[in-house]
Design a protein around this ligand. Structure first.
Ligand code: NCD
Length: 309
């Protein structure tokens, strides 16, 4: 039986290097399979999604992933149109969804929401982003992107830029990187520094330094992972205005980067990467979004098939 069969994916902390590598191998297989064979992986299965926060890529990539492995998707992309508005509890909504689906995908603003849902659901839960700490499938996609393009993860210098305080993709990525021998530079304006309590454990496993000056480190980085300033998570809009536009990657900054460095972003992008960068060979964020579909298809294949695929 494969390790992922009928298992929840709640936190990247639950995935060690061996499990991550299993997903990466399965992703390579998904990419290389003939489309007809690929559609056998989850034929007749249903993915149910519940999004209590906005999403474009994560939800669509799950739907596209499920379609590519032969399954179907149903769900609620905007809870304002569901019975939650009539007062239905998260517990009941999850229970109902698990009646109609073989695997559930949940996004919610509260930390712990996916773990709570997993206790209620009879079917496996995949966390598609909870609170400000966890976004495990994004981290899988990010690590796979690095591995696929750079051909390795160990030995790389990785810069994570932007909103390190509220960006959940950052926390999940750091946890994932803790399985590898990498050097991490955390680059943010002072008010958006990483929450030290949340990285207390990972600090013991990961070699990282912090700076506010991107130009100080940009020429050393193999990967520049840019994030959006999470306006909606600021308690006070005045505070957002102070840090808005702190870093913008444009062609001038790109010239200072290593020729083979890559620029990643979980997207959506606001103004932190100029659109003129999109055509450069270093820009990999759209490819990263594409890998999101394949890594999720691989994960669904592993969760839904006892002996893998
Ligand atoms: C991220 C998220 O929701 O945390 N988006 C995503 O899933 N690609 C990042 C963000 O919203 O900035």
């Amino acid at each position: 039986m494969n390790d992922f069969f009928q298992k929840d994916i709640i936190s990247i902390r639950d995935l060690d290097k061996q499990k991550l590598e299993t997903i990466f191998k399965a992703t390579d297989k998904v990419i290389n399979l003939d489309p007809n064979q690929r559609r056998e992986i989850a034929r007749g299965k249903t993915l149910g999604y519940l999004f209590f926060e906005p999403s474009t890529r994560t939800r669509l990539s799950f739907e596209a992933a499920m379609a590519s492995v032969g399954g179907t998707s149903l769900g609620i992309a905007d809870v304002t149109s569901s019975s939650t508005q009539k007062g239905e509890s998260l517990a009941d909504t999850v229970k109902i969804m698990s009646i109609y689906s073989d695997v559930l995908v949940l996004r919610h603003s509260l930390d712990g929401s996916s773990r709570f849902a997993a206790e209620i659901s009879s079917e496996p839960i995949i966390n598609a982003g909870s609170g400000t700490e966890e976004h495990p499938t994004q981290a899988i996609q990010d690590l796979y992107t690095i591995k696929n393009i750079k051909k390795k993860i160990d030995g790389l210098k990785i810069g994570i830029v932007g909103d390190l305080k509220y960006g959940r993709t950052v926390y999940s990525l750091l946890q994932g990187l803790g399985n590898y021998d990498v050097n991490v530079s955390l680059i943010s304006p002072e008010p958006l520094k990483i929450r030290s309590d949340s990285v207390y454990e990972i600090k013991k496993r990961l070699d990282f330094s912090e700076t506010t000056n991107l130009e100080d480190v940009i020429d050393e980085l193999d990967v520049v992972y840019v994030t959006r300033i999470q306006k909606e998570r600021f308690p006070d809009e005045e505070e957002y205005i102070k840090v808005k536009g702190s870093y913008v990657i444009g062609l001038d900054l790109l010239k200072k980067m290593k020729d083979d460095a890559i620029i990643m972003h979980p997207l959506p992008r606001l103004d932190e990467i100029s659109t003129e960068v999109d055509k450069t060979p270093q820009a990999k964020y759209f490819q990263q979004a594409k890998f999101g579909k394949y890594t999720r298809a691989a994960l669904l294949g592993l969760i839904l098939n006892e002996n893998g695929f």
